[in-house]
Ligand binder design. Sequence first.
Ligand SMILES: [Zn+2]
Length: 116
Amino acid sequence: MAKNYLTVKSFSNDNRTYHLTRAASGGHITCTCPAYAFSTESPKTCKHIQVYGWKLGERKTATLTVTVQMDNASFTDGAGELENLLGKVAAAVEDGHTAGALRDLNGNTVCRYEVK
Ligand SMILES: [Zn+2]
């Protein structure tokens, strides 16, 4: 059975947390953040629900876009490097990041990702 309560960090302030709750009887998830309180969508939503909702069993799918710079020098080991990058993207998404870029040792962007 899926959890029905989750504490998440604010995306803009690491010292602030919000609480996602899903009633035991099911239904939609609520969040304690201001964006949820002022949401005009029906049902109400916020970035926390969009990113973490799957952990409470509401979202069945998410779209993760990963763009990889395939001509990067590190791609001499193509599949291995791709596995490495996807692992890092997975860790970042699990950590609550909704978008970002991964860079190589020289500071070149080798991968961008976005969750919607
Ligand atoms: Zn929220």
